[in-house]
Design a protein around this ligand. Structure first.
Ligand code: GLN
Length: 187
């Protein structure tokens, strides 16, 4: 099992470290060339969605990534990754890959006060640590999108078919539940 971690910007190293803990191979995707390798899953890390979206377009990777996801490649988007996958972003925000039936609200907890830590139940498995950094939340999950976690009434994790998103950063804590959940989606 091999996971490609989009490494254009943001917290990609932390994802690779968690994958290593779980004995899953990973490599960094930095160019169109890297997309030619064979891999079983893709992680889009947290960071800045506008920057990642811009780089995906500038590096001519945008359509390749979108096609792979639409053809069934399993993808996990964290925070900015959630925003990249959302079909809609509230307000006049530019959307990106538009593959997941969710409406996201960007910088949803206020620009300065958007970082916090909490614990909440994930996918009915157990309570896990959740670190939010200038995070979005999901205002609406449509179609067959399934809500996996909420914090104070706000949706913070969703799965739809081959796609998983979290508004929080599990790669910044020791708990491996979310990554294990994603790896199980690949089987
Ligand atoms: N606020 C960032 C954005 O809009 C997301 C923050 C994050 O990924 N930690 O893309």
């Amino acid at each position: 099992m091999k996971i490609g971690v989009l490494a254009l910007q943001g917290a990609f190293i932390e994802h690779r470290e968690i994958l290593k803990k779980l004995d899953a191979d990973s490599f960094e995707i930095r160019s169109k060339e890297d997309l030619k390798q064979s891999f079983d899953g893709l992680i889009i890390p947290g960071g800045e969605s506008t920057v990642q979206g811009k780089l995906l377009r500038e590096l001519d990777m945008f359509n390749g990534v979108k096609d792979m996801i639409q053809d069934g490649l399993s993808v996990y988007g964290t925070c900015a990754g959630l925003l990249l996958l959302a079909k809609r972003i509230e307000g006049n925000e530019r959307t990106h890959l538009e593959v997941m039936d969710i409406t996201a609200v960007r910088n949803a907890y206020g620009r300065q006060l958007g970082s916090f830590f909490t614990e909440a139940s994930f996918a009915g498995i157990k309570k896990i640590p959740m670190t939010f950094i200038r995070a979005p939340y999901v205002k609406e999950a449509r179609g067959n999108a399934v809500v996996l976690a909420t914090v104070e009434g706000k949706i913070v994790a969703v799965k739809q078919n081959n796609m998983l998103v979290t508004a929080f950063h599990p790669e910044l804590n020791d708990d491996t539940t979310v990554h294990r959940y994603f790896l199980n989606m690949l089987k």
